[in-house]
Design a protein around this ligand. Structure first.
Ligand SMILES: [Zn+2]
Length: 167
């Protein structure tokens, strides 16, 4: 991407001004009030707090491509469990996820086809076997003695809003 036209951030700062004008969360503690941590995808169709009927202050949210459990996610969960009140962890995959449309090489191919950028070899965490990836990530967390919390694996349907526990 070499021909980007800068848009600036003024529209977003204006949005923040509207948000801050009605701000109601002053003094909210940093400990997760509902004891919840959510690991899910970066997908723009997912609103993790809203899908669980949670609000500001309730949960720690960790997002990655595909909602995969990366070393940084584990770090966040260790801090969350031992310092920030987390005792339940939801790993949430979702339907029509781009990271389930191919393996890492195929996603790199798609990026190359989209704008010519080559990222082959980058660890993306993509997998066409989404169920296996979720099962592996849940197993990984359950086997980690530092992540001492109740851990569940879930699938979210982006076309119905329904969350289903699968692990
Ligand atoms: Zn996704």
């Amino acid at each position: 991407m070499s021909n980007l036209t800068p848009m600036g951030f003024n529209d977003l700062l204006a949005g923040n001004a509207r948000y801050a004008s009605g701000f109601q969360w002053a003094g909210t503690p940093g400990v997760a009030a509902r004891g919840v941590a959510v690991i899910t995808c970066m997908d723009s169709r997912l609103d993790p707090l809203a899908m669980l009927d949670l609000t500001v202050g309730d949960a720690k949210i960790l997002r990655t491509p595909g909602g995969r459990v990366t070393p940084e996610v584990v770090t966040g969960l260790v801090v969350g469990v031992h310092l920030l009140g987390v005792d339940r962890i939801l790993v949430i995959a979702h339907t029509r996820c781009a990271m389930a449309s191919g393996d890492d090489a195929q996603i790199a191919d798609a990026i190359a086809a989209a704008d010519g950028t080559r990222v082959h070899g980058m660890a993306i965490g993509a997998s066409t076997d989404q169920a296996a990836a979720l099962d592996f990530d849940v197993s990984l967390l359950r086997a980690d003695p530092l992540v001492s919390a109740e851990i569940g694996g879930f699938m979210y349907d982006v076309d119905t809003g329904i969350l289903t526990q699968v692990h």
